[in-house]
Ligand binder design. Structure first.
Ligand SMILES: Nc1nc2c(c(=O)[nH]1)N[C@H]1C(S)=C(S)[C@@H](COP(=O)(O)OP(=O)(O)OC[C@H]3O[C@@H](n4cnc5c(=O)[nH]c(N)nc54)[C@H](O)[C@@H]3O)O[C@H]1N2
Ligand SMILES: Nc1nc2c(c(=O)[nH]1)N[C@H]1C(S)=C(S)[C@@H](COP(=O)(O)OP(=O)(O)OC[C@H]3O[C@@H](n4cnc5c(=O)[nH]c(N)nc54)[C@H](O)[C@@H]3O)O[C@H]1N2
Ligand code: SF4
Ligand SMILES: [Mo]
Length: 706
């Protein structure tokens, strides 16, 4: 590859920033924002340079490793594939198909080969013990999409370039760079709302970086947004006349009446008592939202990973729909991606809980069971117990509640294989690690995030560097594993067999080309490749009703499961008297796996606990002091940072740290170890409807070290 300037998308977070990468003598000499990218317009964040660090990282794995009594030994791919699949098949023969569990982590959706080729591999394992980061993150979004719009992937995004009022609940897009909303250059986009006379309101227990730049910030007690949203929807329903615009015929009038009856009791006064927000503030917020030109409510992690996460996401939709802001410019809209994986469901009935997890009876969703139940599925003896694990792109020891228990569970397995680029807190438990080429070495295309993008765009990114000699692409690893996982003892149905055979004869680029041509813009991959800065396909367009996948092509405003789940509000436990733990993200951090970049971890310690001055005073704590934080499941020691950016009664610890565990190989991360917030979060604290983890709003005790 002789070219020395390359244009490609950053694949690290959801923002899809265009990068301009200069290379000399096989070394990256600079990474800048691509000013000609029509979407990101030159914007990048500090993590973009992490692409160089990952490429050059001496700790990054490139060849298969096998654990032996003398330590890790490099083995050939052939040996690795043979041993892995023989072992998995053996265990399935002996203990049944469900004895193999699989966990897929976040970078799965940031890698083209894994996005396209891992699903068939997972199916070829034939196990119902499938887990992923989805249930520690966004299950409530998918459930609302599926039950209201007919498909779990139909998640509208806020049309922030045209809105007059953006209500952000539990999201910190200026740091996360947006989630379930692909919107590079968010700082400018947010400023533009204010400059055109619009308003941005942030509801968050912490005065975040986003709240700081917003028109208004409202503190809320963690886990209580459901009451705020109920009160706001109630206010909307009290309006003399609703105007649903073009959705009027898509929502049954009886459903609106039903909703009115169901939630009548949850008014502003109830909300004020629960949330800690004054009644007048809630009243004003509701009025502002109703009276704004185009308005949009958007709720992310902070209202998804809480005990009423699903009700929250449902109510966010209700608020947008009933104020006429769904599917409208400046409101909540569905993107129109060039490569569209959302296929007509051919009458396929989708529901929650087609099967239940063995130990705790948590519901299946979209073929997976919740990750909060993974540890007990491994540790609890009996038929169906997980005895071998496959992980791909995941670090559940640091990302799933009660990571300490999971650490022990993985240690007890008969066999574990990890498809991963690092020897970290999770993969250290593996018997074999299969590392794929990654980052600048692989072609990239954002299948997932073009479905969540606030403008319709498309771009293909060529690799900047060739992969190391003898290394494998992720899709090649999945092809090989899939092919070899077929065994005569376990019947493979014709449909799966067909998929497996097809998969073996395709490359990701062939799949992309086919999908793009079939897509609504009829583009070929060659045409997309020719536009190295990407192609702008225009602002979002109204897509209702034709994109709805419900059988009657209407919106299901009040799905029965939410109606039922409302009953749970009556028995919500009282959290008064406890400090409540919430998370926090940092611009230079990316979940658990980018702390091996010196430039991203340098500077002051970021793994600290934020606490309000009054709460610190009540416990005689001073700035920088190390304290003990404990919860039902564990205890950590961490320095405190005292700040009135916290709401009283709430403390915040970032997740993804905790690299002090033994036998990992991430030198820089180990030198900046921090502690894991998920040694405190509780696998029993969940959104009961879906089993999604509630990593926000965890009761904890804080005190000086003994
Ligand atoms: N307390 C608390 N916990 C949380 C959260 C929180 O806010 N608070 N957030 C949750 C959320 S939103 C998420 S998404 C999860 C994330 O949870 P996970 O996905 O389990 O964790 P990550 O830290 O993203 O780990 C990514 C793994 O993929 C590997 N990797 C990186 N690139 C590649 C690649 O190209 N190929 C392969 N095969 N592997 C690769 C890394 O080495 C690492 O092991 O954490 C969740 N956990
Ligand atoms: N720099 C960086 N960017 C990232 C990541 C990263 O680790 N670092 N991770 C990526 C991933 S996987 C994801 S999913 C996204 C997440 O993207 P976001 O959801 O935007 O990010 P968070 O920082 O988790 O924001 C959650 C907010 O909810 C608030 N909160 C906590 N509890 C409550 C509550 O009960 N109610 C309300 N209203 N708010 C609450 C928190 O204070 C926090 O500000 O970020 C992505 N981008
Ligand atoms: S905001 Fe996200 S996509 Fe953009 S440069 Fe940073 S990590 Fe990459
Ligand atoms: Mo996430």
């Amino acid at each position: 590859m002789s070219k020395n300037t390359h244009y490609r998308n950053c694949n690290l977070c959801e923002a899809m920033c265009g990068l301009e990468i200069k290379v000399e003598n096989n070394t990256v000499t600079s990474i800048r924002g691509d000013k000609e990218d029509p979407f990101s317009r030159g914007h990048i964040c500090p993590k973009a340079l992490g692409m160089k660090d990952i490429y050059e990282d001496p700790d990054r794995l490139k060849f298969p490793l096998k654990k032996t009594k003398d330590g890790w030994e490099q083995i050939s791919w052939e040996q690795a594939f043979e041993e892995v699949t023989n072992k998995l098949k053996d265990i399935q023969r002996k203990h049944g198909v469900n004895a193999v569990g699989v966990y897929q982590g976040n970078p799965s959706v940031h890698n083209l080969g894994t996005t396209l080729f891992s699903p068939t591999f997972v199916r070829s394992l034939k196990t119902t013990n499938r887990f992923s980061a989805t249930s520690v993150d966004q299950l409530p979004h998918h459930l609302a999409a599926m039950t209201m719009f007919g498909h779990p992937a139909l998640m509208p995004v806020p049309d922030i370039d045209r809105t007059d009022f953006w209500l952000i609940l539990g999201g910190n897009p200026l740091v996360s760079n947006g989630s379930i909303m692909t919107a590079p250059d968010l700082g400018k986009r947010l400023r533009a709302i204010k400059e055109r006379g619009g308003k941005v309101v942030v509801v968050d227990p912490r005065k975040t970086e986003t709240a700081d730049k917003a028109s208004q910030h409202i503190f809320i007690k963690p886990g209580t947004d459901v009451w705020l949203l109920l009160a706001m929807v109630n206010e909307v329903l009290q309006q003399p006349k609703l105007n649903l615009r073009h959705l009027t015929h898509l929502v049954e009038a009886e459903q609106i009446n039903l909703l009115k009856d169901l939630i009548e009791e949850y008014d502003i006064n109830v909300a004020a008592a629960k949330t800690g927000i004054p009644a007048e503030t809630i009243q004003q917020l509701a009025e502002d939202f109703i009276n704004a030109g185009a308005a949009v409510a958007y709720g992310r992690m902070g209202v998804s990973t809480v005990t009423f996460g699903s009700l929250c996401q449902w109510l966010v939709h209700c608020l947008n729909i009933l104020t006429g802001n769904m599917d409208r410019a400046g409101g909540f809209m569905l993107p129109s991606p060039a490569f569209d994986p959302v296929r007509p469901s051919k009458g396929k009935k989708r529901e929650l809980g087609r099967w239940k997890s063995r130990v705790r009876g948590l519901p299946e969703f979209n073929g997976e069971i919740p990750s909060v139940t993974l540890a007990e599925e491994i540790l609890t003896e009996g038929e169906g117990q997980i005895r071998a694990m496959v992980t791909s792109c995941g670090n559940p020891v640091l990302s799933v509640p009660n990571g300490g228990k999971l650490d022990k569970a993985f240690e007890s397995l008969e066999f574990m294989v990890c498809i991963d680029i690092y020897l970290n807190e999770t993969t250290r438990h593996a018997d074999i690690i299969l590392p794929p080429a990654t980052g600048l070495e692989v072609p990239h295309f954002d299948i997932g995030f073009n479905q969540l993008s606030i403008r319709n765009v498309v771009k293909f990114s060529d690799p900047v560097f060739a992969k190391a000699e003898g290394a494998k692409y992720d899709y090649e690893i999945f092809q090989e594993l899939t092919k070899r996982m077929q065994h005569d003892e376990l019947p493979t149905d014709a449909g799966l067999r067909q998929k497996i055979d097809a998969q073996y004869s395709f490359t990701p680029e062939m799949v992309l080309d086919g999908g793009l041509k079939k897509g609504e813009y009829g583009l070929s991959l060659a045409e997309v490749k020719a536009a190295e800065h990407g192609i702008d396909l225009g602002p979002l367009r109204p897509r209702f009703p034709e994109r709805l996948h419900t059988t009657d092509q209407k919106i299901n405003l009040v799905p029965t499961i939410f109606q039922e789940d409302l009953k749970r509000l009556k028995t919500a436990p009282d959290t008064n008297g406890h400090l409540l733990l919430i998370g926090r993200r940092h611009l230079r951090s990316n979940n658990s796996w980018m702390h091996n970049s010196q430039r991203l971890v340098k500077g002051r310690d970021r793994c600290t606990m934020l606490i309000h001055p009054n709460d610190a005073k009540a416990r005689n704590l001073v700035e920088g002091q190390r304290v003990a934080v404990s919860s039902r499941v564990g205890k950590v020691e961490i320095p405190v940072e005292i700040s009135d950016e916290m709401m009283e009664g709430v403390v915040s610890i970032p997740h993804g740290w905790g690299h002090g565990r033994k036998k990992i190989k991430m030198k820089i991360a180990q030198a900046h170890a921090g502690v894991s917030a998920n040694d405190l979060t509780d696998e029993l604290l969940i959104d009961e409807l879906t089993g999604n983890a509630a990593v926000n709003g965890v009761p904890v005790e804080v005190g000086a070290l003994a």
